[in-house]
Design a protein around this ligand. Sequence first.
Ligand SMILES: [Cu+2]
Length: 330
Amino acid sequence: MRLLLFVVATTLVLSGCGDPTLSALLPQGPVAESQYWLMKLSVSIMLGVFFVVLVIFTYVLIRYRKRPGQDGIPKQVEGNHKLEILWTVIPFLLLIVMAVPTVSINFALAKQYPKEEALQVKVIGHQFWWEFQYPDLGITTAQDLYIPTGKKIQFDLTSADVIHSFWIPSLGGKMDTNPGLNNSFWLQADKAGVYKGKCAELCGASHALMEFKVVAVTPDEFGKWTNDYKAATAAAPATDLAKQGQEIFQKSCIGCHAVGSQGGNLGPNLTDVGARERIAGILENKPDQMAKWLRDPQAVKPGNKMPNLNLEPGQVDALVEYLEGLKVKQ
Ligand SMILES: [Cu+2]
């Protein structure tokens, strides 16, 4: 009865793991699919071996148990040639069955695609946010990674400070971003949608808050997004309050944050911050949440590099108005 309860409870808990935007067990692209296939192959082989051993073990326990009236130790057997060959050959074959697809898939996933065949994206991990550069498109953005569906994305990954790990579970396995080193791999999303990304390497106080989103759109929409993104850099603030916000931004924020190509690169590029899925990767993108972030960034994401600017309430309102207005048309 207890066992049954345990099984039911575990099933219920695990059924919560089926989020197609965040699960390696619900693959959404070819890389994730081949990795999932490898997982299934090795788990099936392991389970097969486990059950065969269990059955033989149980059979031997029962068949050769000590019976009433039996005295002394049983006949001792050693050096069975046939058995020894059998239990050497079977694991060897099983390892080959696992090794051949594992090695060939590994090589296929490590292939580097040139820009004719794949969209090139440079990923830079920062404490605690992600920078994305599209060198061939002249676009630098952060936190929301736009990609076209059905196309390979070739990543070049590095870090600006400590080791992070770039992970989009539903699109494929993770890859470390190391300071001073460049790693590369490719991923692809088959269906349009928003996939969740995580940092998978403990990198400081707000490691668990270092989230990002992958926004996969059709190739047409992606083309439109790139054009809009470039146009958005020139857009003027829509209201007087936003204009005030822009002035504050250009005095206090531009040393670290860029809009378009104007500004520093210590903090996230904010060209389309008003259109992003989240603020700082974790807060809902709403004016009150943006204000909460601006009033005290350290309270939201401890240890991040943005200082508390001690803004007056009026300045916060103006900045919120300006920043929420930074969008690319969709
Ligand atoms: Cu990290």
